[in-house]
Design a protein around this ligand. Structure first.
Ligand SMILES: C[S@@+](CC[C@H](N)C(=O)[O-])C[C@H]1O[C@@H](n2cnc3c(N)ncnc32)[C@H](O)[C@@H]1O
Length: 300
């Protein structure tokens, strides 16, 4: 999911201190997303005044799709549902989607543990995790490479779907969240499938290409610094075999790709990549409105 900026709303640990029950488990998420509680929340927002935080409905009496800044939150204290809501899905429908998404207990626990970590909003959503696992199964992937591990949700989801002799090479440059990732790879029983390489991803990808050779991976997932996505994509086109899959996260980027502001370099980079992918005959593509957009590319 999103990389980088710290949200202006309270951090997860601050929220946990103030609201100890926030996002503790999925049934609470569902309760929070019920039509009644959503209406209460919207009412609270509308009546709290400008100093109380972002009033996401102030510009229109009828909530509709709007460009939501990643640091805004529709539900105070929430880290999970703002992305699909930002793309125009209603809280009620997203609640239903979550209710019908399989999330293994260990991944739910990882999401709960991540809520206390700075940057928790960067984690992929449960339905993205489920999709990534399904894709691993669908293409019969045995070797996967991921750029952007954070606390390990997407890597765990994919590694859990790999066969026992499967392997996932996980790349990240920041040691801090990786402690949690390592712990949850153990808990999920996939630690022996994961090879972690810490350092700038472009360097690691260069090393992988040299060590493993072209076409040596079945699937890649790109979810790191947005301005390098094009370079990651070009590397993945070398590393992934013909017929293999490259999944690129954030391709709708909260809707900001539609009319990127001049100083929004990440949105501009993602828009330029989307334009390139549209014409790129090296791949077949499918762009999905899941999370904040995920494009699937099958290498031809
Ligand atoms: C959006 S988060 C990844 C979320 C993760 N896929 C998940 O499901 O929780 C992005 C990650 O990319 C990493 N990252 C950013 N720039 C990087 C770079 N140049 N090289 C390696 N990792 C990088 C960050 O440290 C961060 O952990």
């Amino acid at each position: 999911m999103l990389f980088g900026r710290r949200p202006p709303y309270p951090t997860a640990s601050e929220r946990a201190h103030r609201h100890p029950t926030d996002w503790r488990n999925i049934s609470e998420q569902r309760a929070l997303l019920s039509p009644q509680s959503t209406a209460q929340c919207h009412h609270r927002y509308r009546t709290r005044g400008p100093s109380a935080g972002p009033d996401v409905h102030s510009s229109s009496p009828t909530p509709g799709p709007r460009r939501l800044h990643p640091r805004e939150s529709l539900v105070p204290g929430e880290t999970l549902n703002k992305v699909p809501l930002a793309l125009g899905m209603t809280a009620r429908v997203y609640g239903y989607l979550l209710e019908h998404t399989r999330e293994p207990q260990v991944l739910r626990q990882l999401r709960e543990a991540t809520a206390a970590v700075s940057g928790a909003h960067m984690q992929v959503t449960p339905e993205q995790g489920a999709l990534l696992g399904l894709l691993v199964e669908l293409i019969g992937a045995r070797r996967v490479v991921e750029v952007g591990v954070f606390t390990g949700y997407s890597s765990s989801a994919m590694a859990m779907a790999l066969p026992p002799d499967g392997k996932l090479v996980a790349l990240d440059r920041d040691e801090r969240p990786l402690e949690l990732a390592r712990r949850f790879w153990q808990l999920a029983g996939v630690a022996d499938k994961v090879e972690l390489r810490v350092g700038p991803a472009l360097e690691s990808l260069e090393q992988l290409l040299e060590r493993d050779g072209p076409g040596s991976y079945d699937m890649a997932f790109i979810d790191a610094d947005k301005r390098s996505y094009d370079q990651y994509y070009e590397f993945m086109l070398k590393l992934v075999r013909p017929g293999g899959l490259i999944a690129i996260d954030n391709t709708l980027f909260y809707g900001r790709v539609v009319e990127p502001e001049a100083n929004d370099k990440a949105a501009i980079a993602l828009h330029q990549l989307n334009v390139k992918l549209l014409e790129d005959q090296r791949v077949s593509i499918g762009m999905l409105p899941i999370g904040d957009g995920m494009t699937l590319c099958r290498r031809r």
